[in-house]
Design a protein around this ligand. Structure first.
Ligand SMILES: C[S@@+](CC[C@H](N)C(=O)[O-])C[C@H]1O[C@@H](n2cnc3c(N)ncnc32)[C@H](O)[C@@H]1O
Length: 422
């Protein structure tokens, strides 16, 4: 029975996976253990339980090695190592000296650093261009050449900043590449509001991609436990913020986070609901300037590390297989909730193309054919330039951007893609 299951599960990789016995693994004897402990297939009443983390890893070995090729072994190792966090500063907290404290530890705000780095990048490109111009016009006077270079440099400095205009109000500190220092737990101020929120720093990228503008009506369709809702509130410019999540228990955690980080007057402006997000398009269609659709997914890092609440548990197979459908329905609802001209950011914390790019492609197609809505997939490739010092990006996405876990920058996975409703 086990041998048949192994064959069905995909042969060599599964066998290799099962040879190594990890914590909570199947009984000894599946692999190279002493002969007397070997599992006697014909005597066993039930097949040994393979832990969901092991099933997840096997599933990823089979699928992601095809997608990521040579990159997979290092991404795999990173998924199995301690992840890095970022400290999202709470602008509502009155704790003093947090930034000084973090900077003394050598942490930097990767959000505010990005435009500076982009400017340096633009200057570098301009200098290169000026250098090329110089070698083209050998005959120009020294003075003339300097003036031309200066003009090119000034143009670079005054040229519009790389899109998006990164919201300067969001501040998130991270330690440099290769530095695995941990942040201390958050501390309360005199009113009990915590000074920062620890989160996967890559989770901020979908919020930054949303590029909230003053007075925007914003919908966070799958909001709990609330890290991204909190980041949206840190911009301080939402005209109206609706935070929805179908799960009542997770919505309670969202309330707790709002309570721990946001003053009452601001909290009360957030509309928290527990609808099935798939119905939202019909409830409040064409209403929002910006919609975040941060869908349930295989949460790849969690799936290889935690047995509890693991979507690779055998009893959740059907639910897992149905995820791309649920994701598509949620994205469609998000598109329908957006005003014409408004924007949707879709995100997952999975590497799976089936949950990422295929969902986008299907949604664009369905919007066009069934709702007569044309969608433009926005280019976010400048994120790779802006944030290359902090995150490792996969360069081969067709649509959207994907942060790959890396041993020196162990954030993600995080896929995000921005759509404009025309
Ligand atoms: C990836 S989590 C969201 C994380 C959240 N955005 C954050 O940053 O903290 C996905 C969420 O989708 C919610 N969800 C699942 N199905 C849903 C549905 N049909 N409608 C709305 N929310 C749903 C889950 O309860 C879960 O909280």
């Amino acid at each position: 029975m086990m041998a048949a299951a192994l064959r069905a599960a995909g042969g060599r990789a599964a066998a290799a996976l099962l040879r190594r016995r990890g914590p909570g693994g199947p009984p000894a004897g599946l692999g190279a253990g002493p002969r007397r402990y070997r599992y006697k297939e014909k005597w066993a009443a039930t097949a040994p339980r393979i832990p969901p983390t092991r099933l997840a890893l096997h599933h990823f070995d089979v699928n992601y090695s095809l997608q990521l090729k040579d990159l997979w072994p290092s991404v795999r190792a990173s998924l199995l190592c301690e992840q890095k966090y970022g400290a999202l500063l709470n602008n509502f907290s009155a704790v003093d000296h947090v930034t000084q404290e973090l900077e003394l530890l050598n942490a930097t705000d990767f959000v505010s650093q990005a435009p500076k780095k982009a400017l340096r990048w633009q200057r570098g490109a301009a200098a290169e261009e000026a250098g090329r111009g110089e070698s083209r016009s050998q005959e120009g006077s020294g003075e003339g050449r300097t003036a031309m270079q200066a003009e090119t440099m000034t143009r670079a400095e005054t040229s519009p900043p790389l899109r998006p205009s990164i919201s300067s109000n969001i501040k998130c500190y991270t330690f440099p590449r290769g530095d695995v220092t941990r942040f201390r737990p958050a501390r309360p101020d005199a009113l009990g509001l915590l000074d920062y929120y620890l989160m996967d720093a890559a989770s901020l990228l979908p919020v930054l991609a949303l590029n909230v503008q003053p007075d925007d009506f914003v919908l966070d369709l799958c909001a709990a436990p609330g890290g991204k809702t909190l980041a949206l509130l840190q911009t301080g410019i939402c005209g109206y913020l609706a935070a929805n999540d179908v799960s009542i228990s997770r919505t309670k955690r969202l309330y707790q986070i709002l309570h721990s980080y946001v003053p009452k007057v601001i909290r009360e402006t957030v509309s928290v609901t527990s609808y099935d997000g798939r119905d939202w398009g019909q409830l409040q269609g064409s209403t929002f300037h910006k919609v975040l659709v941060d869908v349930p997914c295989t949460t790849d890092r969690h799936s290889v590390m935690e047995e509890e609440n693991n979507i690779f548990h055998r009893r959740r197979t059907k639910e897992r297989q149905m995820l791309p459908m649920l994701q598509l329905q949620l994205l469609m609802a998000g598109i329908l909730a957006t005003k014409p001209g408004g924007e949707v950011v879709y995100s997952t914390c999975s590497l799976s193309p089936l949950q990422n790019e295929y969902v986008i492609e299907r949604a664009v197609e369905i919007a066009e054919t069934e709702f007569n809505i044309s969608i433009h997939v926005e280019d976010l490739s400048h994120f790779r330039t802006l944030f290359q010092d902090t995150f490792s990006f996969f360069v081969d996405c067709r649509l959207g951007e994907l942060v790959l876990p890396h041993l020196t920058a162990n954030f993600g996975p995080m896929y995000f893609c921005k759509l404009r409703r025309m």
